[in-house]
Design a protein around this ligand. Structure first.
Ligand SMILES: *[C@@H]1O[C@H](CO)[C@@H](O)[C@H](O)[C@H]1NC(C)=O
Ligand SMILES: *[C@@H]1O[C@H](CO)[C@@H](O)[C@H](O)[C@H]1NC(C)=O
Ligand SMILES: *[C@@H]1O[C@H](CO)[C@@H](O)[C@H](O)[C@H]1NC(C)=O
Length: 438
């Protein structure tokens, strides 16, 4: 199949936004978060290895360092719901579950810091957390001070048991109290998604001003269909969503579920590539004790992480969608005059069981730099060399899989057209790819 491509050129917008300036999250935060994989398992008697407990987080911190995740950028060890006692203390303080967190949160935080990592926690702007533990309503200042006293580095604030109409006031108010503690903490907000559920239109200028990241859409579940609904949401609503991202403030399409039960190998590669194009926070939610090596390799793919962490912080867009083939593009560094480099993801949403060919020139993708681009495949060891905008590239995309390319402006070859590498798609691409997909 060779779709005929009719393209809209992607323009990197540089709009002026007033953003939360706490110095944090200059690139999308990376780390590990318990929820998608470990949920609200509180049964440490019968399931001591998998319950939400001090031990689980220490173990994950150990592995993040020992097995190379920290070395490629994963930094935050984040607790989600179900860490609390059901009641506050008599003087109104949050109390971690006494059996599951017997040493308290300061001790766990110290441990995480001793490994060179950062420590994140979860609460909820409501009377209760989603799982029914005490929320922060009525205790905003107390709880901000508590988190600071535990040396917390990251706070995720959920929105269950709260009135969405009160969030415009409430989320900034808690942000104010976090700021007043003097301890820099990433502030992750669920503010827009609950307002969208309630039929409201979120005020994104305010959200950008007060949060480092925020959820726009549903929780991710362990399935390809869940991942597809997220991909579609971000593509279909990109005009409203994309301009809100930038250094210090990110859209959060939710956790990476790579290495769990629900996605195939191809689908895992798709999530990693798409999240990088979306400039998404990379928060793994997987059992790092048992993850298979091929999934670990996806999570530790340095070239794709570099796209996610690109310093420009421009979120990518879906630039083509036809008959199950999508092309997504993200402007990245290096930049020269008005020309950007790009990460390009070719996604195959088709279910006919054979790879689809996509042929396109760089120019059709909006890559017009006369000096050409150095083009490289980020999963397969394929270097396309230096290509002119007129060169047709051909990629073979597996069903529910992805091909992601990095196209860097060829800056020292300006107009030196005689020095282009000859390029024959058949020899240089398919030969390698056929061998590399078993
Ligand atoms: C939270 O609890 C207070 C006191 O019981 C109540 O007035 C308020 O309506 C509750 N808020 C929500 C969102 O349920
Ligand atoms: C608090 O806010 C001010 C003003 O935006 C900022 O300069 C400062 O870094 C913030 N401090 C913390 C700890 O977030
Ligand atoms: C949205 O938030 C901004 C910044 O806080 C504020 O100036 C503006 O009035 C708000 N817009 C609406 C429609 O409430």
């Amino acid at each position: 199949m060779s779709p005929i491509l009719g393209f809209v050129v992607i323009v990197a917008s540089t709009q002026l936004v007033v953003a939360l300036e706490n110095g944090l999250a200059r690139t999308p935060p990376m780390g590990w978060l318990s929820w998608e994989r470990f949920r609200c398992n509180t049964d440490c008697k019968n399931d001591p290895d998998n319950c939400i407990s001090d031990r689980l987080f220490r173990t994950m911190a150990d592995i993040v360092v020992a097995e190379g995740y920290a070395a490629v950028g994963y930094e935050y060890i984040n607790i989600d719901d179900c860490w609390l006692e059901k009641d506050r203390s008599i003087d109104g303080q949050l109390v971690p579950d006494r059996e599951r967190f017997p040493y308290g949160m300061k001790s766990l935080s110290n441990y995480v810091h001793s490994k060179g990592l950062k420590f994140g926690i979860y609460e909820d702007y409501g009377n209760y957390t989603c799982a029914g533990y005490p929320g922060i309503l009525g205790f905003l200042e107390t709880d901000a001070l508590t988190f600071a006293s535990w040396d917390v580095d990251f706070v995720k604030l959920d929105g269950c048991y709260a009135h969405p109409s009160e969030m415009d006031q409430g989320y900034p108010e808690f942000g104010f109290h976090l700021n007043q503690t003097g301890r820099p903490m990433i502030y992750s907000c669920s503010w827009p998604v609950y307002q969208i559920y309630a039929g409201m239109q979120p005020n994104f200028s305010s959200i950008i001003e007060h949060c480092n990241m925020w959820r726009n859409f549903d929780d991710i579940q362990d399935s390809w269909s869940s991942l597809e609904t997220i991909i579609d949401y971000y593509g279909n609503n990109q005009d409203a969503i994309v301009p809100n991202a930038g250094p210090g403030h990110w859209n959060d399409p939710d956790m990476l579920i790579i290495g769990n039960f629900g996605l195939s190998y191809e689908q895992c590669k798709t999530q990693m590539a798409l999240w990088a194009v979306l400039a998404a926070p990379l928060l793994m939610s997987v059992d790092l004790r048992t993850i298979r090596p091929e999934y670990k390799a996806i999570l530790q793919n340095k070239k794709i992480i570099a796209v996610d962490q690109d310093p420009l912080g421009i979120q990518g867009r879906r630039i083509y969608k036809h008959k199950g083939i999508e092309i997504w593009a993200r402007p990245i560094t290096p930049v020269y005059q008005n020309y950007y480099s790009y990460a390009i993801a070719f996604l195959n949403r088709r279910t006919d069981g054979t790879p689809s060919d996509v042929s396109v020139t760089l120019k059709e993708l909006g890559l017009q730099y006369p000096g050409g681009y150095r083009v490289e495949d980020l999963y397969e060891d394929v270097d396309y060399g230096i290509l002119t905008p007129q060169t047709k590239i051909k990629v073979k995309v597996n069903p529910s899989g992805v091909v992601i390319l990095r196209c860097d402006l060829q800056l020292d070859e300006i107009f030196a057209s005689s020095r282009y590498t000859p390029y024959t798609p058949l020899n240089q691409v398919f030969k390698v790819r056929q061998n590399s997909f078993k």
